[in-house]
Design a protein. Structure first.
Length: 298
């Protein structure tokens, strides 16, 4: 499966397209425990509609065979419903398999605290290209393209750029429509900030590291763990460099949210020199995680 995906990405770069099935296999769950006295069937209907919208839509011209679809999840916590207006938060995760192993590595792990949308039971979820119909579908589309972009970046250098650019266009359209959660500089961790970081030239080296981490690091672990770990170690200072260029950047914090446990596991088996360097860099980038990173030294 992974070999086929790498080949597909190679062919995409050459030919510009490939046609198979849809891209995403997304498990969407809605938690409405905080909402009392509301017809619960609306949440089941909404969950089904969201799942169909994300999984049945072809998001790009390059798509995957059924067993190559990107595994991901969206967990939505409903905090309030009033006059068909849903106030929620959404947690998004995506994963990709590691070559010659049964391990799946988390690529993207992000919590969006401002997902507000209008929905009546049995409303059709629709989206027309270059048009924002509702915040409900705009947010789903934005994260669909981010998930695809992250997956592509992990298989080819800067391979996710076309899909990140589509996500950026959704941000621009949503800002023009004055929808909540999209405004520039409103928050250092909102949708605008995240895509702005991804496409910022200051993070180009980080995105190259993201590729090398997965293709030249994780994917080579079963063949030669020592060399693979050394490759990851070589790129790790780029996290610190990117963080110093843009302190507390959401792109770097979201990377660590996805990779903290994985990094601890990788470097717990490293040489003493690599352990010490890894802990120093990770602590410098994320001081609040210092106690957690100390586990590498034990």
């Amino acid at each position: 499966m992974l070999v086929n995906k790498i080949f597909l990405l190679f062919m995409f770069n050459i030919l510009g397209f490939c046609v198979f099935a849809q891209e995403l296999n997304c498990n969407i769950q809605i938690n409405s425990d905080q909402v009392q006295g509301t017809n619960k069937s609306v949440f089941n209907t909404l969950q089904k509609s969201m799942t169909e919208f994300v999984n049945n839509r072809r998001w790009t011209e390059m798509t995957y065979a059924t067993d190559e679809r990107i595994e991901c999840s969206m967990n939505i916590i409903v905090k309030k419903v009033e006059d068909d207006m849903f106030v929620t938060e959404i947690q998004i995760q995506s994963r990709r398999p590691v070559f010659n192993s049964s391990y799946n590595s988390t690529l993207f792990n992000y919590k969006d605290n401002e997902y507000v949308f209008q929905y009546k039971e049995f409303d059709q979820l629709e989206m027309t290209e270059n048009t924002i119909n509702s915040n409900l579908t705009a947010v789903l589309a934005y994260y669909a393209y981010l998930i695809i972009g992250y997956d592509m970046d992990s298989f080819s250098r800067m391979g996710g750029t076309p899909f990140f650019q589509i996500a950026e266009s959704i941000v621009n359209a949503a800002q023009a429509a004055d929808l909540p959660g999209w405004k520039a500089f409103e928050s250092p961790r909102n949708r605008y900030a995240l895509i702005n970081n991804i496409l910022d030239e200051a993070f180009k080296k980080y995105r190259n590291f993201f590729y090398e981490y997965h293709r030249l690091g994780l994917d080579e672990m079963t063949a030669n763990a020592t060399n693979a770990r050394a490759r990851i170690m070589t790129g790790l200072p780029l996290l610190r460099e990117a963080n110093r260029a843009r302190p507390s950047a959401v792109l770097i914090s979201s990377f660590l949210d996805a990779k903290n446990d994985e990094l601890i596991n990788i470097f717990s088996k490293a040489t003493e020199k690599e352990k010490t360097e890894a802990v120093q860099i990770l602590t410098d980038v994320n001081p609040t995680g210092a106690n957690r990173y100390e586990r590498i030294l034990n």
